[in-house]
Design a protein. Structure first.
Length: 275
């Protein structure tokens, strides 16, 4: 892996014959990081990403919107593929225990426990006078995750800093993980609890983030999940707030059309003609 100093809107960077080559976000076109990227690719990447120029999320990445529930566990400690709230409402989960389908009745079939192969932890630090040192930040999180949470470093795919956002990519598919490896879903859960000051460790000490001997305060942490099989959500899974916004927009459009029609009728001119 390498850092593309000439263009931050890239992904999948690799070193080849002394050159840093990356894929431009939004197009997948390979760019040479030793020179300027074309304006067309930069514009496409900016449209695909957020206004701040941050890396776009994978298409199938989703958040845990349900929070804490009482799960059914296998004897091994793994989540059962089907989870229910009492006897009336059931849903399917991934290996991280996050709901990946709409909620249905008890007849729902969850044929397999789908593997979460990629977890994206996105954090935002408080406002600072100067940005953090990228290399020091990367070293801190690499060392912390491998030592505190016992995760093999090969599963830490990336630590990205886009002031004020810090993004950590954990990747571990079913063929890579051995029985001795800790699961990235467990690591993400421990990490999230630590950051929120709800440490699971015995000493109850949360994670003190310090870069170059300077404490760093986090304001927000969001975890995204990418499964080996895409989730199966429908329009029913839209939050009531989003549905309300859609309804308001539709009503506004209809009202505008009605006003336009009435206005044109009033402005119309009629001419009498004798037959």
């Amino acid at each position: 892996a390498c850092v593309c100093h000439m263009n931050k809107r890239v992904t999948n960077c690799r070193q080849l014959n002394g050159q840093c080559l990356c894929e431009a976000i939004g197009s997948g076109v390979t760019v040479d990081c030793s020179t300027l990227t074309s304006k067309c690719l930069l514009m496409k990447a900016e449209i695909m990403g957020s206004k701040s120029g941050r890396r776009e999320k994978p298409k199938d990445a989703f958040e845990d919107t349900d929070g804490l529930y009482d799960p059914e566990c296998e004897n091994s400690g793994a989540f059962k593929a089907k989870q229910c709230n009492g006897t009336t409402t059931c849903w399917c989960v991934n290996t991280a225990g996050v709901r990946r389908t709409d909620k249905h009745d008890a007849d729902l079939k969850c044929n397999q426990l789908v593997r979460t192969m990629w977890i994206i932890i996105e954090m935002k630090h408080a406002e600072r006078n100067a940005p953090l040192n990228h290399e020091s930040l990367k070293k801190f999180f690499m060392d912390t995750i491998t030592s505190r949470y016992q995760l093999d470093g090969r599963y830490i795919a990336n630590v990205l800093y886009e002031n004020p956002y810090i993004t950590i990519d954990l990747k571990q598919n079913s063929s890579e993980k051995s029985s001795k490896d800790v699961d990235i879903a467990d690591v993400a859960y421990y990490f999230e609890k630590d950051v929120k000051g709800q440490s699971i460790f015995h000493n109850n000490m949360g994670l003190n983030i310090s870069i170059d001997n300077e404490p760093v305060k986090l304001e927000k942490t969001v975890v995204y999940y990418v499964d080996e099989i895409a989730p199966e959500f429908s329009m029913k899974s839209l939050t009531p707030g989003l549905i309300a916004v859609i309804v308001v927009v539709v009503i506004a459009i209809v009202a505008a059309i009605v006003v336009l029609v009435l206005t044109r009728r009033r402005k119309g001119k009629y001419v009498k003609a004798e037959v």
